[in-house]
Design a protein around this ligand. Sequence first.
Ligand code: NOJ
Length: 570
Amino acid sequence: MTNHPSDLLWWQRGVIYQVYPRSFQDTTGNGVGDLEGVIQRLDYLADLGVDALWLSPIYPSPMADFGYDVADYCNVDPLFGDLATFDRLVAEAHARGIRIILDYVLNHTSDQHPCFVESRSSRDSAKRDWYIWRDPRPGEGDDEGGDDRQRRPPNNWGSFFGGPAWTFDEATGQYYLHQFLPEQPELNWRNPAVKAAMLDVIRFWMERGVDGLRMDVVWLIIKDADLRDNPPNPDADPDLPPNDIHGRQLHVYSGDQEEVHAYIRDIRRVLDEYEAPGKERCGIGEIYLPLARWVRYYGAAADGTGDELHLPYNFRLIPLPWEAAAMRRSVDEMEAALPPFAWPNYVLGNHDQVRLATRYGGQRQPQLVARTAAMMLLTLRGTPTIYYGEELGMEQAQIPPDRIQDPPGVKLGPSYSRDGCRTPMQWRRDVNAGFCSADVEPWLPIPGNFVSRNAAAQSEDPASMLNLYRRLLHDRRQTPALYRGHYRSLDVVEARDTNPKACDDCFVYLREWNGERRLVALNFVDRSLEIDVPGEQTGRITLSSYLDREENVDLDHLTLRPHEGIIVEL
Ligand code: NOJ
């Protein structure tokens, strides 16, 4: 667990793996994964070759949003274990050189959190101002004394999960703000006592040896001081469900306010309090914003370094179609937008997104496409995050409508449900895929393909997706050009034509460090391509996404099979 002082830090050099604890490994026989299960799978993760685990929330929670509704920030939900098990997880992970990153759900608590219970108890409560309470907006007829039919929320904001972002509290006659479920009231970070309490939460976990935080919806923690109405989004899909108010607005006032950056600097200062050689702490932020707004979350200290997030999560590749030109443009734009100190990162999937094999693969060849995507994720410049099960090529599961559990799926309709990317990890061929014992029902159904798509089977198959990930992670670790090298995308031409033409069907880039050079060529289409890489003559393929060739090649006639990705040593 040491870094040479002038060397890269673990969160720059390493690869993060997201564990959704409910779905990783059940050891208690209740059909829900737990921390003991993560401990039992650490050897698998070390063998895979990841450097850090991000655990989705493990805190005591009524689980209205599966843990993103926290009732106590300084404990572990009994469903997942206890603090002693957590401490053991940290120790066991560290013993294997794996860091632990916790999910810091800072924008909202559970409505069962004692602070909200107190806040809600009366308008005079000492904690009233810890949350965002407002009087109803006056409605027509209020002059005549008002009545419930005219009662209107304080502004027009919608919840991400459907309906208004405000819930009326009958007992105290005011609305409180929640941009997710009513069970997730939003904290008032402008109140210094809230900020102090939430910064102490960070200290609690840092002192337990946690290496980093992934900050949930961190761009939302500060809202417009006057809570002004959001404007309508003129480009909104006209077919949105009627209760998708959020989807019809531009979120000008409900997040990404200028003042938020000062709060993130405060959070960063607390992380920095715990920074020590070999124990560097990493602040990751969930930020869904356009490029120019997103890049500001790195911060800009006077000394030319960053003073906010080490890694604002880069989700820009997720919504793109599986097209080489689109991917290249996004990567190049991001590279160009980064200040010199800023370290890039890439995410292709998480617990909120359709699984990448399905999203990118569609009706084509999802498993081949997923292999190329893995090669892209693990060879671009910057820190990659792998979502559990991607290394097996897990696809989006079809959840029967009567088993949908995810709140947006229930409130807005099945197409909004995230359950399909949260199904249990597929460990082996046994009933329930080795996730839980055969006599219990897993919390979400396990797709039937686990019989062949599972870690045990893939471990034995030299050409499997799992072995592709292992090779990619291993080669990346061994190759400075890949883990730290410069990045440059290349224009290539199709070599087959008599009149060579630019090839838009593949994404080709160079990674280079201290004279060590690797070329990555990714074929995005379902046909073979023969390309000419200008300025390069020969090289040696060290890895193909098909895992079946290592050979010398001419780079003026380089053949890529359908959806093949290759790494070439130059
Ligand atoms: C973002 C999380 O990733 C998502 O799963 C959750 O529902 C919302 N934040 C609310 O916390």
